[in-house]
Design a protein around this ligand. Sequence first.
Ligand code: KG4
Ligand code: ZN
Length: 335
Amino acid sequence: MSDIIILAIESSCDDTGAAVVANGNILANVVASQSIHEKWGGVVPELASRAHMQHIVPVVHEALQIAEIDKKNLSAVALTAGPGLIGSLLVGATFAKSFALALDIPLISVNHLQAHVMALLIDEPKPSFPFLCLLVSGGHTQLIVVKAPLEFEIIGQTTDDAAGEAFDKTAKILGLTYPGGPLLDKLAQQGNHTIHKFPKPQIAELDFSFSGFKTSVLYYIEKQKKLNPDFVAENINDLCAAIQYTIVETLTDKVLKAIEQTGITQVAIAGGVAANSGLRLKLQLLSQQKGFDLYIPAFQYCTDNAAMIAITAHYQYMKNDFADQSLAPYPRVSV
Ligand code: KG4
Ligand code: ZN
């Protein structure tokens, strides 16, 4: 059988990514992030689309160069079809379609959320099937049973905000710059989580809810600021630690519940929030205490990247799961 070499494009939000995968091995993974959104306190869709337009050609060039692959040797072009910002998705989709048409090779349409989970199949050690995956990103929070490559069953999800949003929105309340999650994580590492206390969201079964938690942080900060205008500045590390502790406990409680309900002891995390140091540490501790096997993707495969699109496309290629030129990106949908 000849080599399966795929160029993959990711442009669902504010990172422009290109990766090359050969027979399931990642040869290159290039990401251009957009700092332009920081001053606006969130991603501005119009600016994101324009930046993707500027980045996409150089990023693809670089990926092919690093992989030492001539475009003539590509077997297929993969792209993130959704969910994501529609203008951003359209840039990647239009580029991928044109590239595939010009080279006369197939297109592969990849679901961004499935790809976050499939990132677990990039590096060793890989979980065996079935495994339980906590997918925590800026837009989604789901508990998924992964039965086989590309075979997913959602057993729990958020009813409102995603875990990443809980980090970013509470970070914003504290006056941290966007995206607040990574910065809040950094400050939390120097803080004490027992000084300030926030209620853990209580929600049935394996579902999540973070909007009430965000409001409780807001009310607490407003009340304390009335007593001491410098409250946030004087308590920033401890506040970050308390927020992170509450989110991490909420997530890990549900993971334990899911293990209990399904009996599955292969456990993984994926998505941007899987980069959180508190979540990683807590799950590592629990895996030792409770005896489950834990799998966490490398940092570069947690936040948005094209390598995860590439590995998903590799498995789709093997199933002959191809798209055609009529493919239209979709803004919102789950795995
Ligand atoms: O998966 P991702 O890169 O994009 C989406 O598909 O949404 O996730 C981005 C989210 C953001 O909310 C960001 O604040 C959060 O992941 N994030 C973190 C950390 N690194 C990224 N949240 C907490 N701690 C981190 N270290
Ligand atoms: Zn993502």
